[in-house]
Design a protein around this ligand. Structure first.
Ligand SMILES: Cc1cc2nc3c(=O)[nH]c(=O)nc-3n(C[C@H](O)[C@H](O)[C@H](O)COP(=O)(O)O)c2cc1C
Length: 197
């Protein structure tokens, strides 16, 4: 039985959480990166497919390599952030299904059907990217997701040895600097984009 989270937790996860453009000079440890994964991995994916593959760029070298392949404004954010994660997806995630979804032959649903495997990888790695954002917030960290970069160039630079792995989006990570953000953009009420049939 679950109870609703206290208001403070809802604020931290959603209402006061923001997308950050810059971060305080406060380090993020490898233990914190592992802690993010150890929460986000429990978010649901279809057939427990877990297609996301993450490269955590923490070295100056990795950040520079990634920043050079991003839109200039995004590149600057990457260079200054303590960490930037590349949320990628394995188009051959189904090879792991005998282990991750053992009670049926789920591998056969995807093997030999590249369009289905690719749309499934994209859908579920995007969900995992959202779980990444919420896990980071739950652990007291902030993120700055970005799609403004050259996916093909990032794939060549970071995943040359694993051509089945493709980048989805990237995200800076750290302790957000409130001075780096503008006012919150509007969010519509329920009635605007919802319908109860
Ligand atoms: C998938 C995705 C891609 C985004 N791409 C960029 C980007 O390339 N550059 C950028 O500055 N912000 C980018 N953003 C940030 C969004 O503009 C931001 O999350 C949104 O305006 C909400 O801001 P808030 O969380 O502070 O309310 C991206 C966000 C998401 C989720």
């Amino acid at each position: 039985m679950s109870e609703p989270l206290p208001d403070g937790a809802l604020d931290q996860l959603f209402r006061t959480a923001r997308t950050y453009n810059g971060y305080l000079d406060k380090p993020v440890s490898e233990a914190q990166l592992c802690a993010i994964w150890d929460l986000m991995k429990f978010g649901p994916t279809s057939a427990n497919s877990l297609p996301a593959r993450i490269v955590w760029c923490v070295s100056d070298e990795a950040k520079a390599k990634l920043a050079a392949l991003a839109m200039p404004a995004n590149g600057e954010k990457i260079l200054k952030a303590p960490v930037t994660a590349i949320i990628a997806m394995d188009h051959e995630f189904f090879e792991h299904l005998p282990e991750f979804f053992p009670h049926t032959d789920a591998r056969s649903w995807f093997a030999g059907n590249a369009p289905l495997a690719e749309v499934t990888a994209f859908r579920n790695s995007s969900l995992q990217g959202a779980y990444f954002i919420l896990a980071a917030r739950a652990l007291g960290l902030d993120t700055g997701p970005m799609s403004g970069f050259d996916n093909a160039a990032v794939d060549a630079a970071f995943f040359a040895d694993t051509p089945n792995v493709k980048s989805n989006f990237i995200s800076t990570l750290g302790h957000g600097d409130p001075a780096s953000i503008f006012e919150r953009s509007p969010r519509p009420d329920f009635a605007r984009f919802n319908r109860i049939d």
